[in-house]
Structures are given as C-alpha cells and as structure tokens.
Design a protein around this ligand. Structure first.
Ligand SMILES: CSCCC(=O)C(=O)COP(=O)(O)O
Ligand code: MG
Length: 261
C-alpha cells in the first residue's frame, strides 16, 4: 500500500466535498441531475416563500453580472406591482439554472438555490449520501490523533452539512469541525486558503488539503498549504506531469500521521 507521510506541522485536514464520495460520483450523477429534473416543480411549489424569492433575487443579480457572457440567460426584473406572470419568470429561472449548470458554474446564487432544493430532498428521505468505505474510519482516526477536519466545497455550507447529516452511515456531522464555501472565495484562488487559515486560527502551512482537482491543489500550494491529490474512480484523469508533481493517494488510509505507527 502507498503511504503518504503527513508533515509534522499539519494539524488541520481540509477536504473537498467530492473527495469522500463513492464511485458513482454522487455529486455529478445524483445531486446535479436531481436539480435539473426538479427545479421547475420546486420553484412552482415554493415560489411565494420568502426564502425562494431571496434565491431568485440572488440569481437575478448574478444574471445581470453574467449578461456579457455568450449564451447567458436573463431573468426579468420583478415588477413593482407584482403584475408579472410568475410562470414566465419561473421558466427564465429554470433556463438560467440549467445554463449555469451546463457550465458547472460555482456561483453563490446557484449554490444557494441548489442547497435549498437538496435540503428538501434529504430531509424528505429522497436522497442519502454515501462515502467511500475508507472515509469515516480515517476521519475518526485523524480526530483521535488530535487533527481538526474541515470541508471546503463550492457547494453551500448548508448543502455540505446535509451530506454529512443524512448519510448511509447516519448523522456524521460531528466528525467535521467546520465548513467553508464560495463565500470565503473560490477554490482556485490562493487567497481563499489564506482566509480559511485565518478563520481556523492557524497558519496555512498547518493545513493539508485533499482534492481531486489540480487547479485547486495549485492555488492552495501557492498559499503554502500542503496538498495531496486524491485519485478515485470516476475522477477526471491527471496528466503525466501532474502525476509526477503531486503527492497522490487513492484512499484516506494511505495518509500516515506523524504520531501513528
Ligand atoms: C452537497 S455539496 C454539492 C457540491 C457542489 O455543489 C459542487 O459544486 C462540488 O464542488 P466542489 O468544490 O466540492 O468540488
Ligand atoms: Mg471537487
């Protein structure tokens, strides 16, 4: 078995949300299609609710910022007297969401609506998150060794908590010390990792970031964060240069903590 020694200065393990997911690529193959298939019905049911209207306002603001992009889908402004046809606006929101998702955009507006839709699905028992079998034992072991474990995902903090709260292993939210999403910054920007370290109260060099995406690994490394690239079935392939450059693991059990024998 490959063993990757965790540097002695590391006291925090930061996980990308997709890294602990199972081979069926839960986020891409289950959660994302769920949004596309159900967004229209969700909007129709929740349209009058304040939370839904806040989600739509944020999407509308994002659509205005995106108006210069090729293929961008506008969302008409709400009229002051509320005289607009909700079905037309709903269709525009659906089209905008599908357009953003076709580009795998990581906008806070999209992630917020997705998070609210997933909350409805998880709490109704329509979806349960699965983890690779090495994940939960490894996270428990790291915590027993005194490590803090955080999650950093483009998915909203609320959505991340759903995954750990409604998993096939039960509610395992207590295994995670904290969550970060795009509100702290994008995962391909080095500054985000400095802000995360500040927020945790440690130095960036105290963090080991596990991700499957090399531009994220590169941004973290530029901020002096330790990185390892996690290679799981279903992940995008790596180039030969990336395979040589980065420390690679295929299971969390391959991480060897300084104190473990
Ligand atoms: C329930 S979390 C959904 C994850 C998500 O929306 C996403 O875009 C995945 O992004 P990540 O940065 O975690 O790879
Ligand atoms: Mg990812």
């Amino acid at each position: 078995m490959v063993v990757l020694s965790v540097p002695a200065e590391v006291s925090v393990i930061l996980l990308d949300i997709e890294v602990p997911q199972p081979p069926i690529a839960f986020v891409k193959d289950i959660l994302f299609p769920y949004i596309k298939e159900n967004v229209k019905e969700y909007l129709q049911i929740h349209w009058e609710e304040e939370e839904c209207q806040q989600d739509v306002s944020l999407l509308r603001k994002q659509a205005e910022e995106d108006s210069h992009l090729i293929g961008a889908v506008p969302i008409p402004a709400a009229s002051e007297n509320g005289a607009d046809d909700p079905q037309q606006t709903i269709q525009a929101v659906v089209d905008n969401v599908c357009w953003q998702m076709s580009l795998d955009r990581k906008t806070t507006a999209l992630k917020q609506l997705q998070g609210h839709m997933w909350r409805a699905a998880f709490t109704a028992g329509r979806v349960k998150a699965e983890f690779f079998e090495d994940v939960v034992p490894a996270v428990r072991k790291w915590r027993e060794a005194g490590m803090k474990v955080y999650v950093y995902s483009s998915g909203s903090v609320e959505a991340q908590k759903l995954l750990f709260g409604y998993s096939t292993e039960g509610d395992i939210l207590e295994l995670i010390d904290g969550h970060f999403d795009t509100k702290i910054g994008h995962k391909v920007e080095s500054e985000s990792y400095r802000k995360i370290a500040d927020s945790i109260g440690c130095s960036t060099s105290n963090i080991l970031f596990l991700t499957d995406i090399t531009p994220e690994a590169s941004a973290a490394e530029k901020a002096d964060v330790h990185v390892a690239v996690v290679v799981r079935p279903g992940n995008a392939g790596l180039t030969d240069d990336e395979k040589t450059y980065y420390s690679l693991i295929t299971s969390f059990s391959e991480l060897h903590l300084p104190s473990s024998c």
